[in-house]
Write a protein that binds this ligand. Structure first.
Ligand code: AMP
Ligand code: MN
Ligand code: MN
Length: 338
């Protein structure tokens, strides 16, 4: 290919479509670390659509798909990869803002594939592909892949629709966050018309807790702290305080976020000597900029980073940065704590 292609529109440009327009080929669908429903749902949706057209498709990434997403149609095809073997016409990454989030697999993908296509909605995307389609107005890459399949004329099977609907459902917090637009609902409606079942997806995502999960939720929530001015709420979980599978099956950071006065919510999770930090805002503080100070990234209202331990020190350092960001935010003085 000639130089890298960059496209920012809501619909794919001809250059974004070109790699998929051949009659059949070999595609690698490459996921990011700790894959979530947006990356898995979009890789599976696009891969299944290509398979319907006779393509051979491999799916995988640095970490396995989490058990709670075992209902996504085709998920059994998604493999944990330590190396990329074989040659591909196209390698596709979705929802992956930077090469580090593939733990080195992107470098192998570049050698193994003629074209690397980067489809993402993160503002801090590093444009590491031959083709980079970055639409920061999309609530989820699920919206973008819907538009891609529509432009390619691919049929939306119930399996494809369920994958894309789940991607959008999770990245919008069940259609509740500020990233939801009229387009989000238009696409969601099309996906339901094509066979996605909202009640089933909700049940699969939120009503399959293990019997002891509510007890662990009690243990975790007992650790929530709120700053004196009410603007920051956080939850610091020492290693082993609750089972890892439990933390991974819950969006725990949403609980401190739900306090009325809170501008920024944080989850600090100690894991293997490091601390995984999740940050959530409500529109007035750009938490992606806070995460970036610690080498992380994300979206203005949902970001993360990993910092060195111990837990108490990591918590202190990130909370100081959050406090500074709140003080510097426009409206910080007009909006007293509730
Ligand atoms: P999480 O809090 O893990 O659900 O992540 C929220 C958002 O922040 C997602 O869009 C992630 O892509 C991003 N994010 C989380 N952790 C990191 C990290 N260590 N580096 C870069 N981005 C991250
Ligand atoms: Mn993701
Ligand atoms: Mn996403």
């Amino acid at each position: 290919m000639s130089g890298p292609v960059e496209h920012a529109g809501a619909e794919p440009s001809p250059a974004v479509l070109a790699p998929f327009e051949r009659r059949a080929g070999r595609a690698l669908m490459l996921g990011h670390v700790h894959p979530d429903a947006d990356v898995l749902g979009t890789l599976l949706a696009l891969g299944l659509a290509l398979e319907d057209r006779g393509w051979q498709v491999a799916y995988g990434g640095p970490h396995p798909a989490p058990a709670p997403l075992g209902f996504l149609p085709g998920i059994e095809r998604y493999r944990r990869l330590t190396a990329i073997e074989g040659a591909f016409d196209v390698a596709v990454l979705t929802d992956c803002p930077n090469p580090q989030r593939t733990e080195g697999l992107i470098d192998q993908a570049r050698r193994a594939a003629a074209v690397v296509v980067n489809v993402d909605h993160h503002p801090d995307n590093r444009r590491y592909g031959h083709v980079n389609w970055i639409d920061v107005t999309a609530s989820a890459t699920g919206e973008m892949v819907h538009e891609l399949l529509a432009a390619l004329g691919c049929a939306l099977t119930p399996a494809i629709a369920t994958n894309l609907f789940t991607a959008i459902h999770t990245d919008t917090g069940s259609f509740r966050y500020s990233n939801v637009t009229a387009r989000t609902f238009r696409i969601a409606a099309a996906l339901v018309a094509a066979g996605a079942r909202p009640a089933l997806v909700s049940e699969w995502l939120y009503e399959r807790r293990a019997a002891d999960a509510l007890r662990w939720l009690g243990v975790a929530l007992a650790r929530v702290e709120v700053s004196e001015d009410g603007r920051i709420a956080w939850l610091a979980l020492p290693a082993g305080a609750v089972p890892a599978g439990f933390v991974e099956s819950e969006e725990l950071v949403n609980y401190p976020r739900s306090v009325a006065s809170v501008r920024v919510a944080c989850l600090f999770r100690e894991l293997d000597g490091q601390v995984k930090v999740s940050l959530r805002g409500k529109g007035d503080v750009d938490v992606q900029r806070v995460a970036a100070q610690f080498g992380g990234g994300g979206h203005p209202n949902a970001a993360g980073c990993t910092v060195g331990g111990p837990l108490a020190e990591a918590t202190r350092g990130v909370l100081a940065a959050v406090r500074a960001a709140i003080a510097a935010a426009p409206g910080a003085t007009e909006r007293p704590p509730a």
